[in-house]
Write a protein that binds this ligand. Sequence first.
Ligand SMILES: *Cc1c(COP(=O)(O)O)cnc(C)c1O
Length: 405
Amino acid sequence: MGAGMEGGMKRMTGGTPIELRPRRKDFLVFGAPLIGEEEIREVEDTLRSGWLGTGPKTKRFEADFAAYTGARHAIALNSCTAGLHLALDAAGIGPGDEVITTPMTFCATANVIMHVGAKPVFADVDRRTFNLDPDAVAKAITPRTRAIIPVHFAGRPCDMEPLLDLAAKHGLIVIEDAAHATEARYHGLKVGAIGDMTAFSFYATKNVVTGEGGMLTTHSDHWAERIRVRSLHGLSKDAWKRYSSDGFQPYDTLYPGYKYNMMDLQASLGLHQLAKVDANLKRREEIWARYDEAFEGRFLIPAPPEPETVHARHLYTLLLEPEKLGMGQVDFLEALKAENIGAGIHFIALHLHSFYKDRLGTKRGDFPNAEWISDRTISLPLSPKLTNSDVDDVIAAVLRISGRA
Ligand SMILES: *Cc1c(COP(=O)(O)O)cnc(C)c1O
């Protein structure tokens, strides 16, 4: 069945009963960003300035982000994936090393471990939080383990205390994947100011949007210096100023680095997105509460945030019970699409993807909790751009499809 107006019109002319037509005329895009006039004016200003690349606006965005997280250093990059890769690279992790992470994540988290030539080792998650289970992590540690990459799933901060204790006991580095968790706090600490290094994403669907973009935060001068140099070809400090009005700056290659720097064009968006980050979170909390109210008792809804934490509310997940529903995840998503609602699956457990099955020999049954979630979860739209009427459309569609309207 086709999505969009066409599908609806066709079924109308075919004499389909009126209640089977989608309630919405236009397709509700999953994860559409909320971009204001401030962002548009700043991008225009950058375009007119003649300086599009890494420059003064990127510097300002870094300073604002460091202040927001409370981290000593914030290094702007062109993605979160770049941040995770640089963190492993700067820590000297490579062939022969193992890095523990969650299967309940986007492929980038494990791909970067392959990029440095190390081996990803998955540990199972908790069914309630969808986050790494510290006991499972403890069991996965071997003499070759060098680092742990916890992912703050959907913006819910991981239980960091036991993970940090394990890291201290075994001399491991903690690199947090905070792609969903820009606003998250754990026990009075801001995510970004907890582990050794933390990577954030500003991809088009994330809580702060620069199109493509990311940030790496750390308290350590040592890591910060290595990350900064490696993020721009391995050139000596402030090489981005080499064509500025300060006069020609001689530069030197210190390392065969990467092309991972952020542009001022991207930072133009980031500066204003960050200024609105808490207002947007508030709006997503409102939408979240409406979903909770509509779905509680009918579906398995996300657990409330743990005490003394702030949940960054990046994804609202429903767990479908296929036995009760008589319908699987993919059929449910198709039916939502026919109702003109865009939704997603976050995530298909990574140990079930072809590459990791072939390379690591993982299989169904290895991580039962991650599989249980992976087989049931769907993510509903949660952008601050949603109007109350959009939210009503999503709720009506979900209830109608599940036969619980
Ligand atoms: C989006 C995402 C990433 C990758 O972020 P990019 O900025 O696109 O590189 C990494 N990890 C998780 C959990 C993500 O959702």
